[in-house]
Ligand binder design. Structure first.
Ligand SMILES: NC(=O)c1ccc[n+]([C@@H]2O[C@H](COP(=O)([O-])OP(=O)(O)OC[C@H]3O[C@@H](n4cnc5c(N)ncnc54)[C@H](OP(=O)(O)O)[C@@H]3O)[C@@H](O)[C@H]2O)c1
Length: 279
């Protein structure tokens, strides 16, 4: 029997690529998201290995309905890929508190809600895999990415807690840290910066400089299938890694972040992102 896996946020980008990749590798994929029409197109590509499931991770009733639909097919979930995410961008001082809450509602509380709903069946089976899609921003905080980076820092901490606790009941947990990936995610981030560039806004010039630098990131980023391969490894390895960085070239900046004094790393980041020319 094919192993059933639920992917949240499968209507585009990394989630969509992961659905296609896992179906190709012989998994039974449940592709969850809010835009059912996009999921139906994906289902059509899956040769019966992909099933579209309407799912809003911020709505516990929607999560319960999605899991009821999956349970109708009879097999407990083997895997959960917590991938759904949104990006809120802008200066810490200026981003509205409701926007900070919206960021955490999806990226943090949504991930928690789906995991809490799925865990009883994995615990009962004494087996399962959970893959959380974090971000390089879960370790490295670019200016004007504070809300998003904070949510992904929370995902890092939650993944550590999950990994240590769920190992006690046979469930393995991995975190994926993508860098710039070529999806439409960057458009949300770019769009989010625009209001803060208006004349008279306190950080307008710096936000404009950052936006110009950031605009090149996603179009030149890695393929979402590179991330999908890491997710497949986390679901299938006998000993999955705690963390996967995708693509591996970002390991260098992670090392710098860990080794350099903050004062130096701050200057490097401000310079590299075009916000303040220091060198
Ligand atoms: N692209 C990158 O460079 C990059 C880098 C690091 C980390 N990531 C992370 O990778 C994940 C996927 O991003 P992506 O690049 O593939 O972006 P994307 O194409 O915008 O995909 C985001 C997905 O999340 C879904 N989603 C958003 N809110 C949701 C909700 N409330 N309930 C269910 N699904 C929801 C969206 O579907 P609906 O709108 O249909 O619900 C969509 O399928 C995110 O967690 C993101 O933070 C991306």
């Amino acid at each position: 029997m094919l192993k059933p896996v639920l992917i949240t946020g499968a209507s585009s980008g990394i989630g969509e690529a992961t659905a296609v990749h896992l179906a190709h590798k012989g998994f039974r994929v449940y592709a969850g998201a809010r835009r059912l029409e996009k999921l139906k197109l994906l289902e059509g590509l899956g040769q019966e290995a992909i099933t579209a499931v309407e799912l809003d991770v911020t709505d516990e009733r929607s999560i319960a309905r999605a899991l009821e639909r999956i349970a109708e097919d009879g097999a407990p979930l083997y895997g959960l890929v917590n991938n759904a995410g949104v990006a809120v961008t802008g200066p810490v001082e200026e981003v509205a508190l409701d926007e900070w809450r919206r960021e955490f509602e999806t990226n943090v509380f949504g991930l928690l809600a789906v995991t809490k709903a799925v865990m009883p069946q994995m615990r009962a089976a004494g087996a399962g895999r959970i893959v959380n899609v974090g971000s390089l921003s879960g370790r490295v905080v670019a200016p004007f990415m504070g809300a998003y980076a904070a949510s992904k820092h929370a995902v890092e901490a939650i993944s550590d807690a999950m990994r240590r606790e769920f190992s006690l009941v046979g469930v393995k947990v991995s975190l994926i840290r993508p860098g710039f990936i070529n999806t439409t995610f960057g458009e949300q981030e770019q769009h989010g910066l625009e209001p803060f560039m208006e004349a008279g806004r306190p950080y307008a010039d710096a936000v404009a400089a950052f936006k110009a630098w950031h605009a090149k990131g996603h179009p030149n980023g890695a393929s979402p299938f590179e991330v999908a391969e890491k997710i497949h490894d986390a679901l299938t390895s006998d000993r999955p890694h705690s963390r996967y960085t995708a693509p591996a070239r970002y390991l260098g900046i992670l090392m710098m972040r860990n080794l350099l004094p903050s004062a130096i790393f701050d200057r490097l980041l401000l310079n590299a992102t075009g916000v303040k020319k220091l060198f």
